[in-house]
Design a protein around this ligand. Structure first.
Ligand code: PEP
Ligand code: MG
Length: 877
C-alpha cells in the first residue's frame, strides 16, 4: 500500500506527534475538539526524511499527494489557488516533534500574484492591505526559498520612504506598496535571472521544499544538539488557510499563555494588536495591549478565547502557549503548545496543578526539565542590568552561574586580591590543578582553551563556581597583564562579568542577585525522591562541597578525588618531597608527613557527611601535575627542597610522558610506589576509626576505590597493600570496623574482564570520563578542538564527554555490569564520571540497572529529578 504522506487537520490527533510534528498534531487535535482552526493539511516528518533519503528532492509520489490534498483543502474552504473570485492564501510552516522556536522557516500569504492581489484589494475594500501582504510575501519567499538577503529589501523600503519624505512604515500608502511590489520583483529578477513565480502551486511546492531544507540549517542543527533532538526526526510542514488580522479594525492577532510563564501565576497572560499580522506583535514596532483589554475591543472573541484556553489546559494538562487571529470579529486558533517557562514558574505550575487535581505527582515530575533547576541554585544577574550590558565575546557555558569581578591572571593573584576582600574573575589560557585555590576564591573562571570537560569546567562545576571556557577569541598578553578581544583591551583590575549559563562575557560589572529556593521546590523534590530508583551521590573533595551537596539532597559521596586535597598549603610540599625522594627513607619520610594531613582531610569529610557512605578514590593523576613548569618556580622549589636546580630539572624531565593521560597514573602509581596506597589506607582507616569513636551511631564503613584498574592481578596486587595495612591498624585498635575495596571501571579492558575483576572488587564505579576517552581514543582535554567538525559532518551529534555514548561506551557499561553481577550478584554499581549529572545519561544508567549516580554538588537536584523521570519512563517502556 502507498505510504500516506499528507493528512488533513481533521484526519489527525495529538497522539500523532511523531508523524505530524507538534504543531500539526495540535492543530489536528484542536480541530477534533471543535475549536475554530483554519483548515489545512500536514505533510509528515516521514516525507521530510524521504526528501533527504532521495537526495533532497520531493518525490513524484509525495508531490501528487500534496496536490490531492490541496484540492481537498480547496473543497473544504470553498476557495481556490489563484482564483479571481475567491482566492485561497496559505501559510507554510515547519513543525517538528519537539518545539524548536524560531529555528526553522515560515512563509505567510502564499498564493498571491498580481491577479490575486487585485481580487483581495477589491474584496476587502482595502488596497493597502492587499499590496502590503503581497510585498511581505515576496520578501519572505525570496529570503526563505531563494536565500536572498533581507537587507536589500529593507533598503528598497527605505529608498521609497526617502523619496516620499516619510519616516514610518505605517505612512506608506497603497500606491507605495504597489511600487514596492514592482521594485521587489525587479530585484528578484536581477538577482536570480528568473521572474517571481506567479503560479501558486509552484510557490507552494518551493516553499515546502525550503521548510524541509531548513531542518538542516545551522541554527536548527545547533538547537538540536543543545536539546537532544535526533536529526532523523525530520520536520513536518503545515499548509494552512490564511486568516487575516490586518484587514481592518475588527481584526487582530495575539499570543497568550494560560498561566504566567515567568512566575507561574494561574492567570491568563498575553498580548494582542488590532489590525496587525503576527510578526507585528513580535517586532515591537507598535506596543501590544494586555490580553485583558481584548474584552473591551472584541468581547465575543475574548469570551470564546478564554473558554478555549481553559479547555486546552484541561485537555493537555499543561500550561499552553497559544497564537490566535481575529478576522472580522471571528476568532481563529493558529497554534497551541506546552509553553516554555522559567524554572520558578515550572515548579509553581506543577505544584498548583497537582493541588487543582488536574495532574498526578508523576505527571508533575515529568513536566519540569531537570536541567532547568540549575538556574534556581546559583546567583543570577539582575535581568535588566544584563539586558543593558554589551557582550564582548561568547564561548562554552561550562559551569552555570553569574560571575562578576575584577580581572586577575593567576591563581596567586586571585588569592591575594580575594584576601583583601575583592571580587575577582580568574582569566587563564587554561587551568591546571595548581589553580584550584585561586579558582575557589574567584567569582568565576574564564579560560581561552578547553572544552566542557576540561579541568576548569569540571572543577568549576564541582565547586558550583561559574565558568566560561574555550573563549578562543581572546588574545592573552600575560606579560603585560591584559587581553584583547574583538578590538577591545582589558587590563588586570578591570571589571568583567561572565554568564556560565549562556557562555556570554561582558566588559563591565553587572549586578547579581542570590538564588532563591521556594517552598514549591522542596515539595517537588520530595515527590522526586519518593519516585526514583537510583540513588544520588556527589563528587566532593572538601567538607564545604560535601555539606553543600547534602543540602542539595546528596545521599553520599561517590567520588573523593584525593589529589585535589594535595594542592593546599603544606601538602603540596610534602608530596613534592615524595616525588624528589632519592631513596626509600626519603620517600617514607615524605609519606609520613602526608599521612596525618590526609587523615585530617578524611575526618573532615566523614564529619560533613554524618554517616552517609563515602567512596574515597586513591591518588590518580600523573605526578608531573604536582611539579612546577616555569623556571622561576623550579628554582624556588629546588631551594626549598634543598637540592640543585639541575637535580630537580632531572626529576621533572623523568616525569615527562608523551601521553600522560594514558601514562603513569591511577593504580599504576601504587604498583610502582606501594607506599602511596599504604599511606592513603592508613589515613582512611584511622580517620574512620576516629570519627566512629565520636559518633558510634554513624557506623562508618570506609569505601576504598582504586582507579584505572585494567586487570585482576593488578587489582589483587594493590588491594593486598590496602588490606594488609588496614587489617594491621584495625587489629592494633581492636576494632571490627568493616571496610570495602572496589574499583573504578575506566579502562575498556576492565569492562571486558569485569567478571574476573569482580572476584576481588566489592563494587564498581564507572569512571565514564576516562572510559569515554579510552573507548573513543579521544583526549578528554583536546577533543573540543575537533568535535565541532564532527557535528558539522553529522558523524556525531553530541559531545560524548557530556552525554554518554550509549551505543559504544554504554554497551561496555551494560556488559561490565552484567559480568560483574554474574560473579557477585549483590555488587553495588555506580557512575561517577561527568555523565552522572546528565539527564539523558541518567535515564540510560537507570535502564541498565546500576545502583547510583554521583555528580558535582550543584547537579544533585538535577540528578534527583532526572532519576525520578527515568524510573517513570523506564517503567512504562
Ligand atoms: C572518570 O574518569 O570518569 C573519573 C570520574 O575520574 P577522573 O575524572 O578523576 O579521571
Ligand atoms: Mg578517571
Amino acid at each position: 500500500m502507498e505510504t500516506k504522506y499528507v493528512y488533513l487537520f481533521n484526519e489527525g490527533d495529538a497522539n500523532m506527534r511523531n508523524l505530524l510534528g507538534g504543531k500539526g498534531a495540535n492543530l489536528a487535535e484542536m480541530s477534533k475538539l471543535g475549536m475554530p482552526v483554519p483548515n489545512g493539511f500536514t505533510i509528515t516528518t516521514e516525507a521530510c526524511n524521504k526528501y533527504y533519503d532521495d537526495g533532497e528532492v520531493i518525490s513524484d509520489e509525495i508531490q501528487a499527494q500534496i496536490m490531492e490534498y490541496l484540492e481537498k483543502l480547496e473543497e473544504e474552504t470553498g476557495k481556490k489557488f489563484g482564483d479571481q473570485e475567491n482566492p485561497l492564501l496559505v501559510s507554510v510552516r515547519s513543525g517538528a516533534r519537539a518545539s524548536m522556536p524560531g529555528m526553522m522557516d515560515t512563509i505567510l500569504n502564499l498564493g498571491i500574484n498580481d491577479v490575486v492581489a487585485n481580487t483581495i484589494a477589491e474584496k476587502s475594500g482595502n488596497e493597502r492591505f492587499a499590496y502590503d501582504s503581497y510585498r511581505r510575501f515576496i520578501q519572505m519567499f525570496a529570503d526563505v526559498v531563494k536565500g536572498l538577503s533581507k537587507k536589500r529589501f529593507e533598503e528598497i523600503i527605505d529608498e521609497v520612504k526617502a523619496e516620499r519624505g516619510i519616516k514610518d512604515d505605517l505612512e506608506l500608502t497603497a500606491d507605495d506598496m504597489k511600487t514596492l511590489v514592482e521594485k521587489f520583483k525587479e530585484f528578484y529578477r536581477s538577482e536570480l535571472g528568473e521572474d517571481f513565480p506567479t503560479d501558486p502551486k509552484t510557490q507552494m511546492m518551493e516553499a515546502i521544499e525550503a521548510v524541509f531544507r531548513s531542518w538542516n540549517n545551522e541554527r536548527a542543527i545547533y538547537y538540536r544538539r543543545m536539546n537532544d533532538i535526533p536529526s532523523n526526526w525530520g520536520t513536518a510542514v503545515n499548509v494552512q488557510m490564511m486568516v487575516f488580522g490586518n484587514m481592518g479594525e475588527d481584526c487582530g492577532t495575539g499570543v497568550a499563555f494560560t498561566r504566567n510563564p515567568a512566575t507561574g501565576e494561574n492567570k491568563l497572560y498575553g498580548e494582542f494588536l488590532m489590525n496587525a499580522q503576527g510578526e507585528d506583535v513580535v517586532a515591537g514596532v507598535r506596543t501590544p495591549k494586555k490580553i485583558d483589554q481584548l474584552k473591551e475591543v472584541s468581547p465575543t472573541a475574548y469570551d470564546q478565547f478564554v473558554e478555549i484556553c481553559s479547555k486546552l489546559e484541561n485537555h493537555y494538562k499543561n500550561m499552553q502557549d497559544m497564537e490566535f487571529t481575529i478576522e472580522n470579529g471571528k476568532l481563529f486558533m493558529l497554534q497551541t503548545r506546552n509553553g516554555k517557562r522559567t524554572a520558578q514558574a515550572a515548579l509553581k505550575i506543577a505544584c498548583d496543578m497537582v493541588d487543582e487535581g488536574l495532574i498526578s505527582t508523576d505527571e508533575a515530575l515529568m513536566m519540569v526539565e531537570p536541567q532547568q533547576l540549575d538556574s534556581l541554585l546559583h546567583p543570577t544577574f539582575a535581568k535588566e542590568a544584563l539586558e543593558a550590558a554589551e557582550v564582548i565575546t561568547s564561548a562554552l557555558p561550562a559551569s552555570p552561574g553569574a560571575g562578576c569581578g575584577q580581572i586577575v591572571f593567576t591563581a596567586e593573584e586571585a588569592k591575594e586580591e580575594a584576601d583583601k576582600g575583592k571580587k575577582v574573575i580568574l582569566v587563564r589560557l587554561e587551568t591546571s590543578p595548581e589553580d584550584i585555590e585561586g579558582m575557589a576564591v574567584s567569582q568565576g573562571i574564564l579560560t581561552v582553551r578547553g572544552g566542557m570537560t576540561s579541568h576548569a569546567a569540571v572543577v568549576a562545576r564541582g565547586m558550583g563556581a561559574c565558568c566560561v571556557s574555550g573563549a578562543g577569541d581572546i588574545e592573552m598578553n600575560e606579560e603585560e597583564g591584559s587581553f584583547k578581544v574583538n578590538g577591545k583591551t582589558f587590563k588586570r583590575g578591570d571589571w568583567i562579568s561572565i554568564d556560565g549559563s549562556t557562555g556570554n562575557v561582558y566588559g563591565e560589572a553587572i549586578e547579581t542577585v542570590p538564588a532563591e529556593i521556594s517552598g514549591d521546590f522542596e515539595r517537588f523534590m520530595e515527590w522526586a525522591d519518593k519516585r526514583r530508583r537510583l540513588k544520588v551521590r556527589t563528587n566532593a573533595d572538601t567538607p564545604k562541597d560535601a555539606k553543600q551537596a547534602v543540602d542539595f539532597g546528596a545521599e553520599g559521596i561517590g567520588l573523593v578525588r584525593t589529589e585535589h586535597m594535595f594542592f593546599e598549603g603544606d601538602k603540596i610540599k610534602a608530596i613534592r618531597e615524595m616525588i624528589v625522594a632519592k631513596n626509600d627513607d626519603q620517600m617514607q619520610a615524605a609519606l609520613d608527613k602526608l599521612e596525618p594531613m590526609q587523615q585530617k582531610d578524611f575526618e573532615g569529610i566523614y564529619e560533613a557527611m554524618e554517616g552517609r557512605p563515602v567512596t574515597i578514590r586513591y591518588l590518580d593523576p600523573p605526578l608531573h601535575e604536582f611539579v612546577p613548569t616555569n623556571p622561576e618556580d623550579i628554582k624556588e622549589l629546588a631551594n626549598e627542597m634543598n637540592i640543585s636546580e639541575a637535580e630537580l630539572n632531572q626529576v621533572i624531565s623523568n616525569l615527562h610522558e608523551v601521553n600522560p593521560m594514558m601514562g603513569h597514573r591511577g593504580s599504576r602509581l601504587d604498583v610502582s610506589n606501594p607506599g602511596i596506597a599504604k599511606m592513603q589506607t592508613a589515613a582512611v582507616i584511622k580517620a574512620a576509626l576516629n570519627v566512629n569513636k565520636k559518633h558510634p551511631e554513624w557506623n562508618i564503613e570506609p569505601e576504598i576505590m582504586l582507579p584505572l584498574i585494567g586487570d585482576l592481578a593488578e587489582l589483587k596486587y594493590v588491594k593486598k597493600l590496602v588490606t594488609e595495612t588496614a587489617d594491621a591498624i584495625l587489629k592494633e585498635a581492636g576494632s571490627d570496623m568493616k571496610y570495602h575495596v572496589g574499583t573504578m571501571i575506566e579502562v575498556p579492558r576492565a569492562a571486558l574482564l569485569a567478571d574476573e575483576i569482580a572476584e576481588e572488587a566489592e563494587f564498581f564505579s564507572f569512571g565514564t570520563n576516562d572510559l569515554t576517552q579510552l573507548t573513543f581514543g579521544f583526549s578528554r582535554d583536546d577533543a573540543g578542538k575537533f568535535l565541532p567538525q564532527y557535528y558539522a559532518a553529522k558523524i556525531y551529534e553530541n559531545d560524548p564527554f557530556a552525554r554518554l555514548d550509549q551505543n559504544g561506551v554504554g554497551k561496555l557499561i551494560e556488559m561490565a555490569a552484567n559480568l560483574g553481577r554474574k560473579t557477585r550478584p549483590d555488587m553495588k554499581l555506580g557512575v561517577c564520571g561527568e555523565h552522572g549529572g546528565d539527564p539523558a545519561s541518567i535515564e540510560f544508567v537507570d535502564k541498565v540497572g546500576l545502583n547510583y549516580v554521583s555528580c558535582s554538588p550543584f547537579r544533585v537536584p538535577i540528578a534527583r529529578l532526572a532519576a525520578a523521570q527515568a524510573t517513570i519512563k523506564n517503567e512504562k517502556a
